[in-house]
Design a protein around this ligand. Structure first.
Ligand code: 2SA
Ligand code: MG
Length: 425
């Protein structure tokens, strides 16, 4: 089996965790390559629910190595808390099963504060971030003033790095009427948390290169979704990393030639958490029905997700920008019982028909979706484990989506349980 990269083909929460878990059985290493603890993956294994944010989904499987790549932003306190939580559930995390890139950027308390202060000040213009400090940490990375994991190994020389960072942040904080952060306080905090993260630190690019040459199978686990990509998403209502599959290479230190297959995950409908355009959103009883049946609440923040019909234009675009080979379609069962199902097949903007989602923010807000109406199915798809167990009309729906998105549906997931997965091709 080729190395697989798994990415969300919508706005996140497509069910990547379950599919990554399903695929991790055939992999030796699971690698996160972007995002941070804004991600939320729910895994149900033998009836036990694990909620992961920062750790790769492979961590709950014995014998798998989990890797947090350089493209991830790491809140060391959140990492320690997640490790403690897992250990209370009987999952041991050690250098045996976890490595963290030494050149990954740290999220500090000042990043979280800045994220939350900005959102509070933005009023109606807020992004709806998870408030975890993701954006400010990536800003510092790109601004070349971040503190990285391996800086914790050399606290004697961290002073000037902290000064450089604080020169920037304290100017911002003064402007917002916030107390300045003192260098010695931050250094003391870093010294305290360092022993929790340093034992996992490694040259991840080199470790992965070794594993590749040993013929080990590597699974790349994306977080959020392609429509939240900093370049290709609904900017500025996006996250601060590249979520497209190409980032799996840059965010882990393995070249693009190491990724053999890109699996995109999409729900049979659409959800979004946070602000921003969502043409096929249903703020009505249909949206409520989907949200209730799909239990659409954020894993990290508990926020209610916005719900709507499948938007084939957006998913097709996500497939192109990530080079997706096949789609895993999830949560089809949530649509069970609907008399009519709609699918977004295009947009209208000022009387003109569009078959792409425009890049400009104003146009994104103004497009009106064009729908195709589809007759619902009788009976249930929940828990189906073969093609033959699906109602004929449900199969028709899947075939119809395949045609619209110009990509095969390779897998169908019919419940959160990993075994309720149908291999289509
Ligand atoms: P941020 O915090 O800077 O990354 O927020 C920017 C936008 O990205 C969205 N975002 C997400 N959307 C869906 N799921 C995410 N993870 C959690 C989950 C979310 C939760 O899996 O349920 O628990 O609320 C996630 N992370 C970031 C965010 O909503 C903003 O629109
Ligand atoms: Mg999620």
């Amino acid at each position: 089996m080729a190395n697989v990269a798994v990415v969300g083909a919508q706005w996140g929460d497509e069910g990547k965790g379950k599919l990554v878990d399903w695929l991790s059985e055939r992999a030796d290493v699971v690698v996160r390559f972007q995002g941070g603890h804004n991600a939320g993956h729910t895994l149900v294994i033998d009836g036990v629910t694990y909620k992961l944010s920062l750790l790769p989904s492979g961590i709950v499987r014995p014998g798998k190595l989990s890797v947090i790549g350089n493209g991830v932003v790491i809140d060391p306190w959140a990492l320690a808390a997640e490790i403690d939580k897992l250990s209370s559930q009987g999952v041991d995390v050690s250098r045996q099963n976890l490595r963290v890139a030494g050149n990954a950027t740290l999220i500090l308390p000042l990043h979280r504060e800045l994220d939350q202060l900005r959102e509070a000040a933005a009023g109606a213009g807020k992004i709806g971030t998870t408030g975890r400090g993701i954006g400010p940490a990536y800003e510092d990375k790109v601004g070349r003033r971040a503190i990285r994991v391996n800086d914790l190994a050399d606290l004697a020389t961290i002073g000037p790095k902290v000064q450089r960072l604080l020169a920037h942040h304290n100017a911002l904080r003064r402007g917002m009427g916030e107390a300045e952060v003192k260098a010695q306080d931050l250094i003391a905090q870093l010294a305290e948390i360092a022993p929790r993260i340093l034992p996992f630190s490694d040259a991840v690019w080199s470790l992965l290169d070794d594993m590749k040459r040993e013929g080990k199978r590597i699974l790349f686990e994306g977080a959020q979704g392609i429509l939240l990509d900093i370049d290709h998403g609904t900017y500025p209502y996006v996250t601060s990393s590249n979520t497209v599959a190409g980032q799996a290479a840059a965010g882990s230190g393995l070249g693009p030639s190491s990724i053999g297959y890109v699996l995109g995950i999409a729900k049979a409908y659409t959800t979004r958490v946070g602000s921003g355009p969502f043409p096929t959103e249903q703020e009505n009883e249909v949206g409520e029905y989907i949200g209730q049946r799909g239990r659409e609440f954020g894993t990290v923040t508990g926020r209610k997700r916005r719900c709507g019909w499948f938007d084939s234009v957006l998913v097709r675009q996500a497939i192109k920008t990530s080079g997706i080979h096949g789609i895993a379609l999830t949560k089809l069962d949530v649509l069970d019982g609907l008399d009519e199902i709609k699918v977004g097949i295009g947009y209208e903007l000022e009387g003109k028909r569009l078959d792409r989602f425009p890049a400009a923010e104003e146009a994104q807000k103004r497009v009106v979706p064009v729908y195709e109406s589809f007759e619902g199915w009788k009976g249930t798809t929940a828990g189906a484990r073969s093609w033959a167990q699906l109602p004929a009309q449900a199969i028709k729906y899947v075939k119809y989506l395949e045609e619209l998105i110009e990509c095969p549906v390779a897998l169908l997931s019919t419940s959160p349980e990993r075994d309720d997965t149908i291999l289509m091709k």
